[in-house]
Design a binder for this molecule. Structure first.
Ligand code: HSE
Length: 298
């Protein structure tokens, strides 16, 4: 038996929702193949698109896959995994989460779906943790479940799925620099002021309400970040120029995708997304820094 799957990219944080909100990108993702074989054991047999370790305990997908097997028991057959990376590591659109979630889902599928998608999140988070140094779920949850997800709580994990409004599109510009999540977390402050907290949780509530009621203007007003963006934007060359180009072109909102360096914009309608992608490309062309840009349905 062979199973081929698409492991989608995702945008974490969405400005106000640091470590709790994420969204799945339908058009960007990796391909993974899972094969049942006679020789017992779990093996990664092929990796394309990135230089990654083949050892199960050092590979994000390997760790997540093994975590599923630890949970449900070793099968009486072997499993081979092929990983075909399309999402670049350190780009800020959940590359490691796609590998971790894809591996957990693929193994579970080969075993006949003993675990639910929500149960698989714990295994996926174990894989994610070896890449980012901490078990956060704001990329693995949307990657596994689709749509927007809110991590209501971590202890125990309580994930709320939020249906994306029909006309929402994401534009993602990826400057060709690598920014490690651990480095982007190192610049953060452990404490925030009450004033900032009030602004931030007002926006989180506004964003969730806007998504649930398909109120695009409310979504746009809520896509703000007074806590993380000011500390991280210095790590992304020409972030302010890029963000203002997106907003001037008519995007609902824009900000740092996950830990960066990718910058995202959310738009209402595909033609607005194309307009915003053009404006962001124009702004970044002037910087001389190489980049790639994607438009994705949500
Ligand atoms: N919420 C995480 C962060 C996502 O911003 O650090 C990146 O992995």
């Amino acid at each position: 038996t062979e199973l081929k799957l698409f492991a989608p990219a995702s945008i974490a944080n969405l400005n106000c929702g640091f470590d709790v909100i994420g969204v799945c990108l339908q058009a960007i993702g990796d391909e993974m193949i899972f094969r049942k074989v006679a020789e017992k054991g779990l093996r990664i047999t092929k990796i394309t698109g990135a230089t990654l370790p083949f050892e199960i305990d050092k590979n994000v997908a390997g760790v997540a896959a093994q975590a599923v097997l630890d949970e449900v028991g070793e099968p009486d057959f072997g499993i081979e995994i092929e990983i075909h990376k399309k999402i670049r590591a350190g780009s800020g659109i959940g590359s490691s989460s796609a590998s971790a979630s894809g591996a957990a889902f693929g193994i579970n599928a080969l075993l006949g779906y003993p675990l639910s998608k929500k149960e698989l999140l714990n295994a996926a988070m174990k894989g994610e943790a070896i890449a980012s140094g901490c078990e956060h779920a704001d990329n693995v949850a949307p990657c596994m479940l689709g749509n927007f997800t809110l991590i209501r709580g971590y202890g125990p994990l309580d994930v709320v799925e939020i249906q994306a409004p029909n006309e929402l599109f994401a534009v993602v510009l990826h400057p060709q620099i690598e920014l490690k999540t651990a480095d982007a977390r190192a610049v953060l402050e452990p404490n925030i002021s009450l004033k900032s907290a009030i602004t931030q949780w007002g926006n989180v509530g506004g964003l969730v309400a806007g998504l649930c009621t398909q109120d695009y203007a409310l979504i746009g007003r809520s896509l703000q970040d007074v806590v993380i963006e000011p500390l991280r934007k210095g790590l992304i060359p020409f972030f302010d120029e890029l963000k203002s180009a997106a907003l001037h072109s008519g995007a609902l909102g824009a900000g740092i995708s996950g830990a960066g360096p990718s910058v995202f914009a959310l738009c209402k309608g595909i033609s607005q997304a194309e307009k915003t992608a053009f404006a962001m490309s124009q702004a970044y062309l002037e910087t001389g820094i190489a980049f790639d840009i994607h438009i994705s349905a949500i």
